[in-house]
Design a protein around this ligand. Structure first.
Ligand SMILES: O=C(O)CCC(=O)C(=O)O
Ligand SMILES: [Fe+2]
Length: 356
């Protein structure tokens, strides 16, 4: 068994971008903010909410636990991965109260004084705990209407923010519970790809878990900026929970489709590692976050990937079944992550760089 993914020591640094973040801007604007500063103006992709938006598939994870329903559930997950790359899971086993506690703890963190939050900022995009604003990059770029706290969750991580005092207890339990969901899903996804359960499940068991808590404050001109611009996630898949303020949109068949909040469920999306492993059978789906004029949106996204030193490449079995050559060049996961996290024009540009 490989050693746990590398955990770097925590060396708090000053805010690398000098930008104090969207929340600070809103909180400190006397008399209320009427216009956003020019640095936040972004080209928002054209998207209109249809009268009845199409819904992402819903998967009942209970079905994975009984031999009578497992095959059918595995096939539904495989179809959801191939057709949408995004799906909702129900009966996942994580208590609603824990999901709510996690969102509340994230909110409590963002409500700490700026100086305290800034002790977690770093210009190293691979830092194990990192507070910041906009995209997760140290390079200067147009600002996004989003502050974030990112940290690892996998075995060996012990650099939890010390405040709010119960943050580390809630986050640790939440990440452990979400990890169980992730391993169950990984086994099913692996089976659905014809790889045998342990191929992806084993990789994720020894792999890394990264949590991003996102804070999108109310925005006076929501049509002029974004919380997060279109991007794909670098890992195998991300498991997302949010408060009841909508804003997530996904690119589906060349259209932007809103994914609304449904209490007690998780939204799962396929990331670049699974696109590479499946040699493009599954696609990591671009998604973005639009902001709300009146309400704060909070989301907690937990990404699950292989070991940092793992080599990402298409699975041999898939190449031989599909009878085609690899569509992606091999790359060490941590190098891929670093490249993806450093790119200012996101989309799927990091993946495009390794496409053959
Ligand atoms: O806030 C959301 O709904 C999505 C967050 C996200 O895409 C991310 O953290 O990568
Ligand atoms: Fe994302």
């Amino acid at each position: 068994m490989a050693s746990p993914p590398s955990i770097l020591s925590v060396q708090p640094a000053g805010d690398p971008t000098g930008n104090k973040g969207a929340k600070h801007l809103v909180d400190t604007s006397r008399g209320g903010l009427r216009e956003i500063p020019p640095a936040y103006i972004l080209t928002v992709p054209s998207c209109r909410r249809p009268a009845t938006p199409p819904s992402i598939p819903v998967i009942d994870l209970h079905g994975l636990h009984s031999p009578a329903t497992r095959d059918l559930t595995v096939s539904s997950i495989a179809a959801a991965c191939a057709e949408w790359g995004f799906f909702r899971v129900v009966n996942h086993g994580v208590r609603t109260s824990l999901m709510e506690d996690m969102l509340r703890s994230a909110e409590d963190f963002f409500n700490l004084p700026l100086e305290e939050k800034l002790t977690y900022s770093s210009d190293d995009v691979m830092h194990p705990v990192r507070y910041g604003t906009s995209l997760n990059t140290s390079a200067s770029h147009t600002s996004h209407w989003r502050d974030y706290l990112r940290h690892f969750g996998h075995v060996g991580f012990d650099s939890w923010p010390q405040n709010p005092p119960n943050y580390r207890h809630v986050a640790r339990e939440y990440l452990e519970e979400v990890r169980k969901v992730a391993l169950g899903l990984a086994g099913a996804i692996s089976e659905g790809l014809g790889l045998g359960r342990d191929h992806v499940e084993g990789a994720l068991r020894e792999g890394c878990q990264i949590m991003a808590s996102n804070y999108y404050p109310p925005c006076p001109q929501p049509n002029l900026t974004m919380g997060l611009c279109p991007h794909s996630d670098h890992g195998g898949f991300t498991i997302l929970t949010q408060n009841d303020v909508d804003g997530l949109w996904i690119r589906h068949v060349d259209e932007w489709v809103p994914v609304d909040h449904v209490t007690s469920t998780f939204v799962v999306n396929i990331g670049d590692y699974l696109e590479i492993l499946s040699n493009g059978r599954y696609k990591s789906v671009e998604h973005m976050v639009l902001v709300n004029e009146h309400k704060t949106r909070i989301s907690v996204a937990v990404g699950h990937g292989p070991h940092m030193e793992a080599i990402l490449k298409p699975a041999e079995n898939i190449l031989s079944v599909d009878g085609c050559g690899p569509k992606y060049r091999p790359i060490v996961y941590k190098d891929y992550m670093k490249s993806q996290q450093s790119i200012v024009r996101r989309g799927k540009s990091a993946l495009e760089q390794i496409m053959i």
